[in-house]
Design a protein around this ligand. Structure first.
Ligand code: NAD
Length: 500
């Protein structure tokens, strides 16, 4: 013995009907801390048989959960909200450890996850139907909302605490039961949340967790026991999920990738605009679907913005998100790091030039996946750099003459997730919000992600389906409408109240 001990990383399990269950014959994948490469756990790549177990548990739990009063369901969500609040610091640390974003950013993510649960507690109001008395003599019509059944969500790596909560609390609040497949790259935060769900008194089987990748996704898309699928991830997989799940008769909402433009008008307030652009482009190392990734500078805006933006970008500290001195954490994996660096190289080969080069950030911890904030200028508006998602801390600058040109550039995108305009002109802002073909618009706001009570509304290739995530759309998505027409014979009594 040399006195050193090595502890094997633990192997994660699926949560099925309230029991932590070993996945059947699953290959294992390392879950790593992207800040230093430490292996945190091993995640099983479960298969269709594991999905079917989870679906059976969810179906068994459905009648009793649906029969639980809506007020009682809301109370369990209140309890979950309180528990998440109490454990917010642990949840945020978990997000930083497995995903890489800085601790303040992770805390903000957890706060938004809690807001989702909070919004879902309104279900006794939001799930109400409509009644119209007297559609014919002695006939009344009423539309009631009922749960859809077993709902599943498939989520991406970039918001391991928040994105699952875009769906889970609304689905179970409406009386559905649930199967969650988080990203295999960072599943640990949802493992913590599952513990809190049990502690909140939400019965076994109402929420089930199946860990893995493509095989779990296909299992969900093909399972006859799943009625609705919510997906968030890249555009290509969103389309695949949308097509396969809807071909199997399921209700689907599929949120895809993005390429978000930030239009800077010549009258923009430079200091505020630079702060917003830095937070939007480089927060979470550019790995947000609402991250601004193209600066569309109108007239002389780039000339005015460039000195401050470049100086402040160069001053950003890249490092471990746990370190309070860090402004920009790692990207999710060494593979992502290589892909982003290759994209910057390709942009240079295509004629762009570097205003800030983040390809080899200095002083970063060993073993981590780091790309520093990068600004590419002189980018051709038609190039891949200006048009395709990079999903890293890279901003492309496109210069145009007029607001019309800026709107034309944004509307030519295949994506339509988020966009911002920075200006002091109300008329320019109004023109932009009216004409731009994008679902979420910020006016002097760099990340215009809607709060929980409003829908998250990407357009074009950024969203496939009809009903969006959270807000009023969530209750529409997670309920089915039933309209009852009744006739009761009591003709002698019609209008008696008014006659007497
Ligand atoms: P991803 O598409 O690689 O993975 C998303 C989910 O799909 C994961 O659970 C993954 O296991 C699964 N998956 C991956 N490849 C698959 C395949 N070939 N077949 C079936 N399932 C597959 O996305 P990601 O890298 O985890 O997340 C980043 C992407 O998500 C970016 O494109 C980002 O813009 C997008 N995103 C969009 C939104 C939005 O609201 N529109 C929000 C967050 C992230």
């Amino acid at each position: 013995m040399d006195g050193t001990t090595t502890t094997e990383p633990r192997t994660l399990r699926n949560l099925i009907g309230g029991a932590w269950t070993v996945a059947a014959d699953a290959e294992l994948l390392d879950v790593t801390n992207p800040a230093n490469g430490e292996v945190l756990a091993r995640v099983p790549l479960s298969g269709a048989a594991d999905v079917e177990r989870a679906v059976a548990a969810a179906r068994d739990a459905l009648p009793a959960w649906r029969g639980t009063s809506v007020i009682e369901r809301a109370r369990r969500l209140f309890a979950l909200r309180e528990l998440m609040e109490r454990h917010a610091a642990d949840l945020a640390r978990s997000v930083t450890r497995e995903m890489g974003k800085t601790l303040p950013d992770a805390r903000a993510e957890v706060a938004r996850a809690i807001e989702m649960v909070e919004a879902a507690t309104a279900v006794p109001q939001t799930m109400q139907g409509r009644v119209l008395e007297g559609v014919a003599t002695n006939v009344d019509a009423e539309t009631i909302r009922q749960p859809v059944g077993v709902c599943a969500a498939i989520t991406p790596f970039n918001f391991p605490a928040m994105v699952p909560m875009w769906f889970l609390p609304f689905a179970i609040g409406c009386g559905n039961t649930f199967v969650l497949k988080p990203s295999e790259q960072d599943p640990l935060t949802m493992e913590l949340v599952m513990g809190l769900i049990a502690e909140a008194g939400i019965p076994d089987g109402v929420v089930n967790l199946v860990l893995g990748g493509v095989d779990v996704v296909n299992g969900i898309l093909d399972s006859p026991g799943i009625d609705a699928v919510s997906f968030v991830g890249s555009a290509q997989v969103a389309r695949y999920v949308y097509e396969r799940a809807s071909a199997n008769g399921k209700r689907v909402q599929a949120l895809g990738g993005a390429k978000n433009s930030m239009v800077v008008m010549p009258d923009a307030v430079i200091g505020q605009t630079a702060s917003n652009i830095i937070a939007s482009g480089f927060g979470a190392a550019g790995q947000r679907c609402m991250a601004g990734s193209v600066i569309v500078a109108v007239g002389d805006a780039w000339e005015r913005l460039r000195p401050e933006l470049v100086a402040r970008t160069e001053a950003l500290q890249v490092g471990d998100g746990m370190d309070p001195a860090t402004d920009v954490g790692p990207v999710i994996s060494p593979a992502a790091c290589d892909r982003i660096t290759a994209t910057i190289d390709a942009a240079l080969a295509a004629g762009a030039s570097l205003a800030v080069d983040g390809r080899a950030p200095s002083g970063v911890p060993d073993g981590g996946a780091y790309v520093g904030p990068t600004i590419l200028e002189g980018v051709d508006p038609g190039s891949a750099t200006a048009r395709e998602e990079i999903f890293g801390p890279v901003l492309a600058v496109v210069e145009v003459e007029t607001l019309d040109d800026a709107i034309g550039f944004v509307n030519a995108s295949r994506y339509g997730n988020g966009t911002s305009i920075f200006t002091e002109s109300g008329a320019a802002a109004r023109r932009y919000r009216v004409d731009v073909q994008v679902g979420m618009v910020g006016v002097n706001v760099g990340v215009a992600a809607p709060v929980a009570f409003f829908p998250f509304s990407g357009w074009k290739d950024s969203f496939l389906g009809d009903l969006h995530a959270h807000g009023p759309d969530a209750v529409e998505f997670f309920t089915r409408k039933k309209t009852v027409t009744s006739r009761w014979f009591s003709e002698g009594e019609i209008g008696r109240f008014f006659v007497e």
